[in-house]
Design a protein around this ligand. Structure first.
Ligand code: PLP
Length: 396
């Protein structure tokens, strides 16, 4: 009678959402300040003031018909030209507005890209840990998501990747800075990934796409942490970007897809992206926020807040004896569960009102994710509870 796959997806919440809802319920019972909700990646730092200024200016200076009307399906030309020019300045690329397609955030960038590329029997590879929605987006496009383990530092395992690529591989999807680990892939890693993909393209005589999901591109906290722009390393590449996290606008649903103009059949790939947008019924990205994105492109929310949170949390947890992956970016910390079953560990943490997400759905059992996009005082007040929890496991 109805689509059982979509029913299953819609009737069951993700683990993250489940914990987030529990946090709200628990907060109503004991007071929100007494619940340490580290479940969800909702930016806690306000959008830079330029965002509201830009909204006000655009509303005041654009005719209402134009402002609230449809834009071109791929996005307003002026907006795309501006963002392409900014990317060229930042990354020394040769993009033009017609290589960009404006989207409703990274989720739309990804679903459109999967739909644009996937043919029957295709597989896309990603590394664990990964954003769980990748599976939903990829399978929704009729392709298979193949998950490849990372090494002990949660960096790509090159040998495993090589072994995993087959004639069915349509693309490799990476996410750096990573949700949930906070790990960033450096230049040497990107070069090596590109080298493997080149080799496999030759071996199988086909195009293999390199796709970067980059909602956290600007969220890095140390001077020497650089997020390489994959188009500078591999021609058959596509970048899926979003302004959700960089300028704290997740509710406004705005981002873009950039198709590398050096990609084989770049124009066909771009038109397929446009067609996928039609299939999925996006029509066009929000008109006002396309313009805001163009005006605010390159700005960030106050990243010092996340950096201080990262430092406080990482130091606090390691001092308690927990084993944590050092997060170079994004706003997540990935911690080893002191017992093999991360669900059981999260249940114990709940006794201290610490709400953490088990790593299983991210493809990494035995870990938990801690989203530190919270108020700094949530972390400082939670640390004594983490210390009690660590003591239960004999860690300190
Ligand atoms: N990709 C990753 C890795 C994410 O963490 C998220 C959101 O948390 C998304 C994509 C979706 O982002 P958006 O809100 O821009 O659709």
């Amino acid at each position: 009678m109805i689509n059982q796959k979509t029913y299953a997806l819609g009737s069951k919440r993700s683990v993250i959402r489940e914990i987030f809802e529990y946090a709200k319920k628990r907060g109503a019972e004991i007071g929100r300040e007494n619940v340490f909700d580290f479940s969800i990646g909702n930016p806690s730092v306000p959008a830079p003031k330029e965002v509201n200024e830009s909204i006000e200016r655009i509303v005041a200076t654009t005719s209402s018909v134009e402002l609230h009307g449809y834009t071109s399906a791929q996005g307003d030309k002026g907006v795309r030209d501006t963002i392409a020019t900014n990317l060229n300045v930042r990354f020394n690329t040769t993009l033009c507005g017609d290589d960009l397609y404006m989207t409703c955030g990274a989720a739309a960038s990804l679903t459109i890209t999967f739909h644009a590329l996937a043919e029957s029997g295709d597989e896309f590879i990603t590394f664990a840990p990964f954003f769980p929605e990748y599976k939903v987006f990829c399978e929704g496009a009729g392709a298979k998501l193949k998950v490849v383990k990372s090494d002990d530092n949660l960096q790509p395992d090159f040998d495993l990747l090589e072994q995993s690529i087959t004639e069915n591989t349509k693309g490799l999807l990476i996410n750096s800075p990573n949700n949930p680990s906070g790990v960033v892939y450096g230049e040497e890693v990107i070069k090596k990934l590109a080298e493997i993909l080149e080799k496999k393209q030759k071996e199988f005589g086909k195009t293999i796409f390199f796709i970067a999901d980059e909602p956290y591109r600007e969220l890095v906290y140390d001077k020497d942490t650089v997020v390489p722009f994959i188009m500078n390393y591999y021609d058959n590449s596509i970048v899926c970007y979003s302004y959700s996290k960089s300028i704290s606008m997740p509710g406004e649903r705005i981002g873009y897809i950039a198709v590398n103009p050096k990609c084989k059949g770049a124009k066909e790939v771009y038109f397929s992206v446009c067609g996928a947008g039609r299939v999925l019924g996006y029509v066009c990205a929000p008109s006002l926020f396309q313009r805001v994105a163009a005006e605010c492109d390159g700005l960030t929310a106050d990243l010092s807040v996340y950096k201080n949170n990262r430092d406080l949390l990482y130091r606090g947890l390691t001092d308690c004896g927990f084993d944590c992956v050092y997060p170079d970016g994004a706003f997540y910390l990935f911690m080893k569960s002191p017992e093999a079953d991360a669900y059981a560990f999260c249940e114990k943490a709940k006794k201290y009102e610490l709400l953490l997400v088990p790593g299983d759905d991210f493809g990494c059992p035995g870990y938990v994710r801690i989203a530190y996009c919270v108020k700094p005082e949530t972390i400082s007040r939670a640390l004594p509870s983490f210390a009690f929890l660590a003591r239960e496991y004999g860690l300190n």
